[in-house]
Design a binder for this molecule. Structure first.
Ligand SMILES: *Cc1c(COP(=O)(O)O)cnc(C)c1O
Length: 341
């Protein structure tokens, strides 16, 4: 298979149309068999549920070329499960998990020419999503839905090394208690846009959202979970019912425990104790871990001992180990790597 002649190291994180995408439609209570199509556009009614009441959810994952030349995805069953959870919470029909995993493999295989080569630092980003496609004007769930998966090659997240981020403790809230923070709903992102634009205008890279109930506990950023490392090398991640359960973060906790022999803890993390941690990182599919150098709470600066120049040592080990597993350099736990070809 001839690869596309793309400048893999410099494609950045943007939408780059690839050849094929998967489409399946839900009508009269059943999903059709679905198909790959070359058409990147969608035509829906002006009154479609997604357009009026934001009935949509999505997933994000990647395909990698491993050291020995296979194309693989990482724990796609967890994306399938999370999408099921999102659909149930939004009163959308579930796309069966085994079909989800198969469709991901089919789309990646159909776009093999766009899967960046090993060592390029680039990957093929995969975006499964679903939306209410039939017309809805009285507030209720749509009757018809479309499930799609497209792919787009994305460049290395850290060009010229991972620069630690500066984060603002936000005055906006991301997710209400008992709301939709724990599912991957488009609506969570729509309402975070003003907060992130505001933070960027003020010179920050990201927002740290607190629990809206008490504004004393750390939740997450707009699109990544927090990991902290204590001064005695314990890996801590915040626990809350309104955090999106990041697959990267859950995998890193396993890596910390089983590969690095570290103690791990998922528990409530008070804003008050952030100043006592040695390292901090943001976890998600896009970057695996982005190091955080500084948290600013209304003028009060917390600078982690790892500083503003490089990843902390434990963060770096976690990053190297998980990317080593994803790229086939290290043996993966059972079931983590799904070989496509
Ligand atoms: C997608 C997402 C993450 C990261 O999840 P991964 O499965 O690791 O990619 C974290 N927080 C939010 C709010 C997200 O939407």
């Amino acid at each position: 298979m001839e690869k596309k002649n793309l400048d893999w190291a410099n494609i950045g994180f943007g939408y780059h149309e690839t050849d094929k995408r998967f489409v399946s439609n839900y009508k009269d209570g059943v999903w059709d068999e679905g198909a790959l199509t070359a058409d990147a556009n969608i035509v829906i009614n002006e009154c479609a549920g997604v357009l009026q009441y934001a009935q949509t959810c999505f997933e994000g994952m990647k395909a990698y070329t491993t050291e020995d030349g296979h194309i693989v995805t990482f724990r796609p069953d967890l994306n399938a499960q999370r999408m099921e959870d999102s659909c149930k919470r939004l009163e959308m029909p579930v796309f069966p998990k085994d079909r989800f995993v198969q469709a991901v493999a089919d789309v990646v295989a159909a776009n093999e020419a766009y899967v960046p080569p090993y060592g390029s630092g680039a990957t093929l980003y995969i975006r499964p999503y679903m939306f209410g496609s039939s017309s809805v004007i009285g507030v209720k769930p749509a009757e018809e839905y479309q499930f799609r998966i497209f792919t787009t090659p994305v460049g290395p997240y850290f060009k010229g090394g991972a620069k630690p981020l500066t984060i603002k403790v936000s005055d906006f809230d991301r997710a209400a208690p008992h709301g939709t923070g724990h599912i991957k709903a488009g609506l969570n992102y729509a309402m975070s846009l003003h907060a992130i634009i505001t933070a960027h205008e003020e010179g920050y890279d990201e927002n740290m959202y607190l629990d809206p109930g008490t504004r004393s506990k750390v939740e997450e950023t707009g699109g990544a979970n927090f990991l902290f490392v204590t001064k005695d090398n314990k890996v801590v991640t915040p626990k809350s019912g309104s955090i999106l359960p990041s697959i990267t973060r859950r995998s890193l906790m396993t890596v910390a425990k089983d590969y690095l022999g570290l103690e791990v803890e998922e528990r409530e993390v008070l804003l008050e104790e952030v100043k006592d941690f040695a390292e901090c990182g943001l976890c998600g599919t896009a970057a695996v871990i982005s190091p955080v150098g500084k948290v600013v709470d209304h003028g009060k600066e917390i600078v982690f001992p790892s500083g503003m120049n490089e990843m902390g040592p434990i963060t770096k080990k976690l990053y190297d180990t998980l990317t080593g597993i994803q790229m086939g350099r290290l043996e993966a736990p059972e079931g983590w790597i799904h070989v496509i070809k």
